[in-house]
Design a protein around this ligand. Structure first.
Ligand SMILES: [Zn+2]
Ligand SMILES: [Zn+2]
Length: 141
């Protein structure tokens, strides 16, 4: 029966290796106490390059780690900005609607009399038209 996973030719395991019982990549006679945060190589105390408390096997890995960290920070900042923009847009839409509703209400309260006058006149005119039509029909008879 085949094992669930095989170790690589160099004895390097998958990404999340447990360094216990492993040896340093550069010193096969020394036990590994940590691993590189970027390439996950097992490291002995002498080989650890520590940057801000994070362990790396080399400057290259430290730089790559910092760069991917910056990318993450950049990504998060962009996501935050996008969320902020969406929220601002929603608030602006609500504000515009509120202003429109306010002006519509103002217009209505100011012009209410004119509006009802206009309706009255229209009703009267309609009544007169109907009356004249009635008269016309009656006149035909
Ligand atoms: Zn590394
Ligand atoms: Zn070492």
């Amino acid at each position: 029966m085949a094992p669930a996973f095989r170790l690589g030719p160099g004895g390097e395991g998958p990404a999340m290796i447990n360094v216990t019982g492993r040896v340093c990549l550069n010193h096969p006679d020394r036990a590994a106490v940590s691993r590189c945060e970027t390439c996950f190589r097992p490291l002995c105390p002498e080989c650890i390059r520590s940057t801000d408390g994070v362990h790396f096997c080399s400057e290259t890995c430290a730089r790559n780690y910092a760069r991917s960290g910056e990318r993450m920070a950049d990504f998060n900042a962009k996501a935050r900005r996008g969320r902020f923009r969406r929220r601002v847009r929603r608030v602006l839409t609500l504000a515009v609607l509120a202003v429109l509703a306010y002006f519509a209400y103002r217009w209505y309260t100011v012009h209410r009399k004119e509006t009802s006058d206009l309706l009255d006149r229209a009703r009267r005119t309609a009544g007169e038209v109907r009356k004249s039509v009635d008269t016309g029909i009656r006149g035909d008879k």
